[in-house]
Design a protein around this ligand. Sequence first.
Ligand code: NDP
Ligand code: N5H
Length: 257
Amino acid sequence: MNFSLEGRTYVVMGVANKRSIAWGIARSLHHAGARLIFTYANERFEKPVKDLAATLEGQDALFYECDVTDDEAVKKTFTDIKNDVGTIHGLAHCIAFAKKEDLQGEFVDTSRDGFLTAQNISSYSLVTVAREAAPLMTEGGGIVTMTYLGGERVVQNYNVMGVAKASLDATMRYLANDLGKESIRVNAISAGPIRTLSAKGVGDFNSILQKIEADAPLRRTVTQEEVGDTAYYLLSDLSRGVTGEIIHVDSGYNILG
Ligand code: NDP
Ligand code: N5H
């Protein structure tokens, strides 16, 4: 069995900057020999993503704009990818959004619009992306999405995103069931807290990290590299019997009562 990703092409969605989890995944896939395709939400992020990708030695990456709230944009992205490269072998979906006001206070105050925005960008986007990407995975493939413990149990302030992640987790399982017959596996990584652009502005993030350092079995937080290497496992043949699974890369924090 060859676990190199040499000769394989993967789409990485959700690199905003060098702290992004998607960037950790991109680096792991690059080191395993993969060719990378990056998508970004709008042209504001085109240059930063291209500048980052240029630091990957010998990488001949491709770039596409793709706002996942727009079905036609998602369709066009994967039509363009099909025309430019043909077959892809997998995809990393590292995308989420909720309104700032819905990530504090009480969940009971969530507006309909805020609820639907979080579901639209953070959960439904995996459906539309999987539907358009699957036909390009002609040799089978892997899809990985990013989730968080707040979808399994109540985590203070995660609120509307917790409900969106619960929905994302179920979406991942239903997609795994549908796409399994095409030899496409769909899995999720539940990462422990990592300081990224999305996490910025979250009040108390320092104390959340300190709690992990104090209590998690490994007594430390996790890194983008550790998430990236688990994504490599899930997108390679190493995990060929695994689908519909959530792997916690969280220093073991989730096992605590
Ligand atoms: P980043 O801020 O680096 O990444 C979030 C990404 O979401 C950005 O690249 C942003 O794109 C993208 N995005 C938002 N809206 C859209 C849209 N409409 N269309 C396309 N892309 C969009 O944060 P993280 O790396 O932390 O987040 C990646 C994933 O990891 C998320 O699903 C998050 O919930 C999950 N996660 C994060 C944890 C953490 O502690 N950081 C813990 C557990 C899970 P753009 O920049 O182009 O707008
Ligand atoms: C319990 C916590 C802390 C509280 C909740 C944080 C939730 C974060 C997730 C969402 C995705 C953050 C978000 O949508 C921020 C936006 O409102 C504002 N930011 C932006 O618009 C920036 C510029 C762009 C790039 O961000 C996005 N997303 O597009 C959870 C933490 C312990 C763990 C965590 C941080 C989880 C997670 O899901 O990210």
